[in-house]
Design a protein. Sequence first.
Length: 133
Amino acid sequence: MRRRRGRMPNIYPYHYSSDDVARFWGKVAIAGEGDCWEWQGAYGGGGKKDRYGRFKLRPDLTLSAHRVAWEIGNNSRLGSMFACHTCDNTKCVNPRHLYAGDQQSNTNDAKVRGRYIGRGSKVLGSENPRAVR
């Protein structure tokens, strides 16, 4: 079954057992409260998702590590919302560095911070984005 871009699969409800929480935080380099806590576990399987950590909650469900961190840290589910970074560090899973946002707020944040690469965007200052390849 193909999944449409931008939509979460119907994976709810799921919950984090105390073993899941311990296993998750065991894969994190926890530093000071205001510092980035970098994910030490697995990363995505290709494309731009390689920059984001992945956590296998159960055999049929793998989630983004920063999403799990936000949900555990806030004791709440994001649903269709995104876990967005305030620190611009894609490896960071410190719940204090994450906020819940929708697709538009995440895109707007990326544009404001100069990280947005979308259709028609210039890459690395090139006039022709394909020339970078």
